[in-house]
Design a protein around this ligand. Structure first.
Ligand SMILES: [Zn+2]
Length: 349
């Protein structure tokens, strides 16, 4: 069993820099457009598929007036309308958008890219590993089905797992115009917005940092309160958990304490400072989970991934998780076991 009760309480979440964004999370509605800096705005986008949630995208203006949109949100018509209205409020139009820079391949970030490209003529930029993951979807889905069969989850969960985690799962199909690599500077006149490859949440996840403006756009790599899932897009020869921890260490190294601390512009929730502390808290959270997994392996003889997961601490408990969230929890359990070097102790398929 987990000894969560005896552990020190996790540090308090970072204080919001945007009160309206934090209030919107609490109320479950969309915050208004905010000016983050001169020529940088945040725009909230609704989810599709009847999911009651929202993501945060950002509009960045170059010195020539051309716009870059970071993460245009889910691909529903209302989001394109919302962006058009936001741009018109600051004397811009969709036609001014020349670049769509996407942190990662999930529907709530990349989903609206194709419609925005059509409406504006902008180019879509992604990390090369993200584009490869989109191309590998059929093989990925087959491998996910094989995982589901091996995990040993209850029979009543199997169908929803395949539909949401395995071969039934859908990702947006997009061909990028520009493939990004770590260290690339985005083609925005008068700015030095640099891509930082932060694999873990997905294989080609990118953050974008502009130190001169003290800004970092973190997508789903670092969020103020949510613990991001890992390995949620694209199989890699590496362990996504190990990748994620290394990518968090990069955030720790990127931030500077004091008045020059970076302002974090995440893909959900609210803006904050304290990137270093938040990244360290996420590392500590993962270390706790690894300890849970090790204790479960010590206590059980040839367990399934499900049996290990049952003994780890999940918010609400493993029994409360179904479909995609259950798939994510079980995949994470498998990577924790692998990262411990103890995959051989699991029950063979
Ligand atoms: Zn997201």
């Amino acid at each position: 069993m987990t000894d969560a009760a005896s552990r020190p309480a996790p540090p308090a979440p970072p204080v919001p820099l945007s009160r309206v964004q934090a209030d919107a999370v609490r109320r479950g509605d969309l915050p208004p457009v905010e000016e983050v800096r001169h020529g940088v705005w945040s725009v909230a986008f609704e989810f599709g598929d009847g999911i009651d949630d929202h993501s945060l995208g950002y509009v960045v203006e170059g010195s020539d007036g051309a716009l870059t949109v970071i993460d245009p949100g889910w691909g529903v018509d209302a989001n394109l309308d919302r962006l058009e209205q936001a741009l018109s409020d600051v004397d811009h139009a969709l036609a001014d958008v020349e670049l769509i820079a996407v942190t990662h391949l999930h529907a709530d970030h990349l989903g609206g890219a194709e419609a925005l490209r059509r409406a504006s003529g902008a180019r879509i930029a992604l990390h090369a590993a993200e584009q490869a993951a989109l191309a590998d979807r059929p093989a990925d889905a087959a491998a996910a089905d094989a995982d589901i069969a091996r995990w040993g989850a209850p029979a009543e969960d199997q169908e929803a797992l395949v539909a949401s985690w395995g071969s039934g799962r859908h990702l947006p199909a997009v061909a990028a115009d520009l493939l990004l690599a770590d260290g690339d500077v985005l083609p925005i006149t008068g700015r030095k917005l640099r891509a930082v490859h932060t694999p873990g949440h997905t294989a080609g996840h990118l953050c974008f940092v502009e130190p001169e403006q003290r800004l970092v756009f973190t997508g789903d790599h670092v969020l103020p309160r949510i613990n991001p899932g890992i390995g949620l897009g694209g199989r890699t020869p590496t362990n996504p958990l190990s990748d994620y921890l290394a990518s968090l260490e990069r955030m720790v190294a990127l931030d500077v304490p004091g008045p020059d601390a970076l302002e974090v512009c995440p893909g959900h929730e609210y803006r904050f400072t304290g990137l270093r502390e938040r990244a360290e808290a996420l590392i500590a959270h993962r270390t706790d989970r690894s300890r849970d997994a090790a204790a479960a392996l010590d206590a059980l003889d040839r367990p399934t991934v499900w049996q290990v997961a049952e003994r780890m601490s999940w918010s609400g408990g493993i029994a409360s998780l179904h479909g995609y969230r259950l798939g994510s929890a079980l995949a994470q359990t498998g990577w924790h076991v692998q990262a411990l070097g103890r995959a051989g102790e699991l029950r063979p398929a």
